[in-house]
Write a protein that binds this ligand. Structure first.
Ligand SMILES: Cc1cc2nc3c(=O)[nH]c(=O)nc-3n(C[C@H](O)[C@H](O)[C@H](O)COP(=O)(O)OP(=O)(O)OC[C@H]3O[C@@H](n4cnc5c(N)ncnc54)[C@H](O)[C@@H]3O)c2cc1C
Length: 500
């Protein structure tokens, strides 16, 4: 019997498998497909997840630079440009890397950590009792596990077989079209990189532009051909078959009210040419049924607007893995897993609020146009831009982890520590995914001694008001102090609560 079987080797399944391996559990990953998918989904990652990957040493593998991530000076929300460059503390980080590369990197990482990924194995049956879960594969084989993590996407078989409901809404009134194209040099505005459309004007790059007839997006991501994208709300869905370049250009022309000229993309493929209709916003009514847990799209689906999917799912994986490993290892009771749902489900609810709000802001109609005028005025205020940036980043998440300074329950800030051997970024200390006690007072070693096999103690100096911090492996602050002589009772309580 396996300790943990992860169903689905998409980004979230691979991430949870890597995190479990770091925490000492060797999971088996079952994947329906025989190889890495060629499907093109995410164009990049948006939000805290970028920093999370940095804290596991994985950002550098994707960015190709040794430099730490930097916040983005601008982004988009509901087809409004978000200008963030002047914010004193800009929380929004992006990493424009296609999902296939993320999956390739995580598959490599899983292999390095000794995780077995069994491809060509689709789960079609699931039975569980108090001792474990029995999965049936499409070839008739059975696999038993003490715990199962369903990371098998929006249509999750695991979710359905475990009897977990997926309430929400399905819409079928919008059509989005996306394709790689090529345009002559003369169609690019030299000052902005925008797409010049005679009779309309300039579609700015990497922004969402709403007109009275729909939405248009133009942009070129590094190493890829230019991307043209539209969203329309047609009266009838009168098309079928694969989308052609002509269909995409006709849609763009309807949105801007002028002809749009472009050719097929050049350079190595595969080249995206995709039409999607409608969308789903759904949230699992629970994240755990007995010995079965859900992460990622298996637990929540929503519009891709603003790109929140991987920010949400990969952090589900990071939140769950160390808790599950502690339960598997007998260091913690299974009730610890309740905190996975109570922490992560509200975050998913907030993401669906954000995507639905954005969908409303880009939809057609005079009332929406009026709402947008008001919204634009509000966004002019830096504190409102910051609030939206924090929402998109997920940096406004604060779990209820008990009393203490405001930092408790929040994602640990990017500290630079002086450990006596030169400056060390916090991200360098968290790559092992072990719990971490940062002591800037030199007084906590004795109090933490009973947990030293599980919790790394780092004595260091750091600027700021905080004098000590206990970090869970997901980099959320479980306890903190601002006193030169920290109260150790609270520290011990937090150590016991989270690490047994
Ligand atoms: C068009 C589009 C654009 C997007 N753009 C962005 C973006 O820019 N940024 C962003 O962050 N997110 C984006 N997303 C969302 C992102 O792609 C998803 O959130 C992400 O793929 C979810 O990962 P996952 O691992 O949970 O599920 P999936 O990626 O769906 O992986 C599930 C895996 O499980 C396997 N599987 C399914 N059933 C079984 C079974 N019964 N047995 C075994 N294996 C099974 C599947 O083959 C698959 O490999 C986009 C999504 C779409 C559709």
């Amino acid at each position: 019997m396996f300790d943990v079987v992860v169903v689905g080797a998409g980004p979230n399944g691979l991430m949870v498998a890597c995190e479990l391996a770091l925490a000492g559990v060797r999971p088996l990953v079952l994947e329906r497909l025989t190889g890495l998918t060629e499907e093109q989904r995410a164009n990049g990652m948006v939000g805290q997840v970028v920093r999370m990957l940095d804290r596991r040493g994985l950002y550098a593998r994707l960015s190709g630079t040794g430099a730490p991530p930097q916040p983005t000076p601008q982004f988009v929300f509901g087809a409004f440009p978000l200008r963030l460059a002047d914010l004193a503390e800009n929380p929004l980080y992006i990493l424009p890397v296609p999902q296939r590369e993320v999956e390739r990197m995580l598959a490599e990482r899983a292999a390095e950590l000794g995780v077995e990924v069994r491809r060509g194995s689709a789960v079609i049956g699931l039975d569980q009792d108090d001792d474990g879960v029995r999965l049936t594969l499409d070839g008739g084989e059975a696999v038993s596990a003490r715990w199962v993590v369903g990371a098998d996407g929006g249509r999750s078989a695991v979710r359905k077989l475990a009897g977990i409901d997926f309430p929400g809404v399905t819409t079928d009134d919008s059509v989005s079209r996306t394709g790689y194209v090529s345009v002559p040099e003369s169609s690019i505005d030299p000052a902005t990189g925008g797409l010049v459309i005679p009779g309309y004007g300039i579609v700015p790059p990497m922004q969402h532009t709403r007109t009275e007839h729909g939405l248009i997006v133009w942009g070129a991501l590094p190493g890829r051909p230019p991307l043209l994208s539209t969203v329309e709300w047609p009266e009838a869905l009168d098309f079928d078959g694969e989308m052609s370049l002509d269909e995409l250009l006709a849609s763009a022309a309807r949105v801007v009210g002028a002809p749009v000229v472009a050719g097929p993309p050049v350079g190595p493929g595969p080249h995206l040419m995709r039409r999607l209709t409608g969308g789903n916003t759904r949230l699992a009514d629970r994240y755990r049924a007995g010995r079965v847990l859900l992460i990622g799209d298996a637990a929540h689906v929503h519009s891709a607007i603003g790109g929140p999917g991987l920010n949400l799912g990969l952090q589900d994986a990071v939140n769950l893995a160390w808790k599950l490993a502690a339960v598997v290892g007998g260091r913690q009771p299974a009730t610890l897993l309740d905190s996975y749902e109570s922490e992560r489900r509200p975050v998913a609810q907030r993401v669906t609020m954000s995507t639905q709000a954005q969908a409303a802001l880009i939809s057609p109609g005079g009332e929406v146009t009026a709402l947008r005028v008001l919204f634009a005025e509000l966004l002019d205020a830096p504190e409102n831009a910051l609030r939206i940036a924090a929402l998109m980043a997920g940096s406004d998440v604060r779990y209820d982890l008990g009393p203490g300074p405001d930092l408790v329950g929040r994602w640990a800030p990017d500290l630079v520590l002086d450990t006596g051997n030169g400056p060390v970024r916090l991200a360098e200390l968290t790559v092992t995914a072990r719990p971490l006690l940062l002591d800037f007072t030199g007084t906590l070693a004795a109090a933490a001694e009973p947990w030293r096999d599980r919790v790394d103690l780092v004595s260091a100096k750091a600027d700021g008001a905080v004098t000590a911090m206990l970090l869970r492996p997901d980099c959320y602050v479980a306890w903190a102090s601002t006193s030169d002589k920290p109260e150790v009772a609270g520290l011990r309580e937090a150590l016991e609560r989270w690490f047994g």
